[in-house]
Design a protein around this ligand. Structure first.
Ligand SMILES: [Zn+2]
Length: 80
């Protein structure tokens, strides 16, 4: 009787292999962008939902938002 291990045929868990980057499609420019492992960790830890836009679009939106905010200053007092 040989101590032939059945387990020998099993694929061992790949060590040191990091999770593959997750590919997401940008809502705005429809381009595929990837989250780095670092980013994914960040989103996992902060429980934020994954971004639906690439960095460039996200930045642009942020800029637009700020611009709108700045433009929407209430002009309550009319001085005439
Ligand atoms: Zn984009």
């Amino acid at each position: 009787m040989r101590p032939a291990s059945i387990l020998a045929g099993l694929v061992p868990p790949t060590e040191g292999e990091s999770m593959p980057n997750q590919e997401l499609v940008c809502e705005d420019c429809k381009q595929v962008f990837e989250l780095t492992e670092e980013q994914r960790k960040y989103y996992a830890e902060t429980a934020y939902t994954l971004p639906s836009r690439c960095d460039a679009c996200e930045e642009r939106r942020q800029a637009e938002k700020n611009a709108k905010k700045a433009a929407r200053r209430p002009t309550k007092k009319r001085r005439w």
